[in-house]
Design a protein around this ligand. Structure first.
Ligand SMILES: Cc1cc2nc3c(=O)[nH]c(=O)nc-3n(C[C@H](O)[C@H](O)[C@H](O)COP(=O)(O)OP(=O)(O)OC[C@H]3O[C@@H](n4cnc5c(N)ncnc54)[C@H](O)[C@@H]3O)c2cc1C
Length: 526
């Protein structure tokens, strides 16, 4: 093991030297860096300085740590962010990205080789107003810190499921939470965005001040400026029940059965993340459980209560303690990392759909178990129930466009870790192979669903919930936080044309249209 680790760090150092040697920021970017150093003295750091090294080492995807930017700005206030954006506006040929937690694994989203990183690390913390029952959440730092600082007030906001996750990207790109089926996507819990707009002015965007912009910002990433504070609805919370359990692969059928039952029938106070992990051709199942209460009623997790776990961390605890426990070790993968995602309708009469996907993934992966160094993959099957869509719509909705009449869905997240950065293209390609295959199967699965529904018209349940379970949702927008850079996430939103026009109106210079993250792309150009 020690030999492996030192071999890996040697490789990383070598890659660092190579990429340092070839790093040539454009003259426009160099000029902008120098202008920033004058505009916000003491807040800009350059290669070779300790603050630069610390910030650049703070990416979850280790592969991004060798993408060296020309300079990094570390503002400490909204006013400084405003000065930075105004300065960038005077240097439109310089390239820049916004970074909060640095957990987005996609190249050029919160990291940019030879460009400028506006890092929000120092704008952090959360406070609670009992009068308005809202929390003021800053974008820097991890979710665990936010929830811990709200704990004494007995409230929580809808945030990440693992305490280590960053805040700014999570919230501006949607946000799946253990509290989502009760209160909606995290972004729909935002009451106001304190934002530095593309022209550098500071605005407090609310549904009252600009309803369309509010909706667009709830899920479009960094396309409308840099958010320096989120005003979020607070929710009462006490002791919760949850944690992780690991199961052997012979429990797969029971686990998928439980997942299928849960998506259509789960209590909104409960949540799960069902993960199939593959290392060297062997699989393990890692399931995260959550219940908003000290003890869940028996049967809350259906068949997921049955298998005997290899490891069991589930217990009654505080919400921040649960999130902290869920994040242990997650930042220390030492690997390159990728996400890819697809959203699928719930197919009530095809309970085998999860194992079909899993089998196909094993087939796709087979040639790579031994050829891609250090390969570990995890497929997360994440419920996106109708209750979450209803709660999201009830809070004014988000850019993703979920509505109160939507059917159940689930989100597939493919996460790969590998240790040889030169193999990244291989990993991206085989991850794409799975989402392409799923997309191709979907029409067949929908036909099969319709046929089986005719054969057993009564189904397993009766009434409205049975009808909802059988509703095959046609609108399946991609989920930004789990997607890869080449997926047209914003183009999958039903209101993309409206949001793209708004982006053009807010940012006529196109400053943020070319900055990091998902973009309106063809919709903006067209
Ligand atoms: C271990 C792990 C667990 C995760 N768990 C969850 C989960 O439970 N639920 C979920 O929904 N997602 C989850 N994610 C995905 C996560 O939400 C995204 O990676 C998200 O981008 C992380 O936020 P961040 O602040 O670290 O983003 P960053 O990497 O800093 O930025 C991501 C994008 O957001 C933009 N951005 C960042 N800050 C701002 C800002 N202040 N203003 C405007 N734009 C900004 C950036 O420009 C960039 O395009 C998880 C990721 C990891 C690695």
């Amino acid at each position: 093991m020690a030999a492996l680790v030192s071999g890996r760090s040697l490789l990383t150092s070598f890659a660092l030297i190579i990429s340092s040697a070839v790093a040539i920021p454009s003259p426009a970017t160099n000029t902008a860096c120098r202008a920033l150093a004058v505009a916000v003295p003491g807040r800009v750091t350059f290669p070779g300085e300790p603050a630069y090294a610390t910030e650049n080492a703070d990416y979850w995807n280790v592969g991004l740590r060798t993408d060296l930017p020309a300079c990094i700005t570390l503002p400490e206030s909204t006013e400084e962010v405003s000065t930075i954006v105004k300065t960038l506006g005077r240097h439109p040929r310089a390239i820049f990205v916004v970074k909060s937690g640095g957990h987005d694994p996609n190249p050029n989203h919160s990291q940019i080789p030879d460009g400028i990183v506006v890092a929000m690390k120092k704008i952090k913390g959360a406070t609670y107003s009992s009068v308005a029952n809202v929390a003021f959440v800053k974008p820097g730092g991890p979710w665990a810190d936010v929830l811990t600082s709200l704990e004494d007030s007995g409230v929580a906001v809808v945030g990440g499921r693992l305490g280590v996750v960053g805040i700014g990207g999570y919230l501006t790109q949607g946000g799946l939470s253990f509290l989502g089926a009760q209160y909606g996507l995290a972004a729909t819990n935002i009451r106001a965005f304190k934002t530095v707009l593309p022209n550098g002015t500071i605005a407090n965007i609310t549904p009252e001040s600009n309803k369309d912009l509010m909706t667009a910002m709830r899920g479009s990433g960094a396309q409308f400026g840099i958010v320096t504070e989120f005003t979020m609805d607070a929710h009462k919370i006490g002791q919760v029940w949850g944690g992780m359990r690991i199961f052997t692969a012979n429990n797969a059928a029971t686990i998928f059965k439980g997942l299928h039952s849960f998506i259509a029938n789960g209590d909104p106070k409960a949540a799960i993340i069902t993960n199939a992990m593959t290392v060297g051709g062997q699989q393990l199942y890692m399931v995260f459980y959550f219940y908003d209460g000290a003890i869940p009623p028996a049967g809350t997790f259906f068949e997921l209560e049955k298998p005997f776990p290899l490891l069991n961390q589930v217990k009654t605890q505080s919400y921040p303690a649960l999130l902290a426990a869920n994040g242990v070790g997650v930042n220390a993968t030492g690997s390159s990392a990728s996400f890819r995602s697809i959203t699928l309708p719930y197919l009530n009469d095809i309970p085998e759909v999860y194992s079909l996907i899993n089998d196909q993934w094993m087939k796709i992966l087979a040639p790579y178990f031994t050829t891609v160094t250090g390969l570990t993959t995890t497929i997360a099957y994440q419920p996106l129930q109708a209750s979450l869509a209803q709660a999201s719509a009830g809070r004014g909705g988000s850019a993703m466009g979920l509505t109160a009449t939507d059917g159940h869905r689930f989100i597939l997240e493919i996460n790969c870790l590998w240790t040889n950065p030169s193999q990244s293209d291989i990993v991206y390609a085989f991850s794409r192979e799975l989402t392409d295959w799923v997309e191709k199967q979907l029409p067949t699965w929908k036909t099969l669903q319709a046929q089986r529904a005719v054969l057993t018209p009564a189904g397993s349940a009766a009434g409205a919930s049975a009808a909802l379970a059988r509703k095959v949702e046609d609108y399946v927008p991609l989920f930004a936080n789990d997607a890869t850079g080449d997926q047209d996430v914003l183009g999958s939103y039903k209101d993309v044309a409206k949001f793209a026009a708004l982006q053009k109106q807010m940012d006529p210079q196109g400053l943020f249209a070319k900055s990091g993250g998902f973009k309106f792309g063809p919709a903006l150009r067209g």
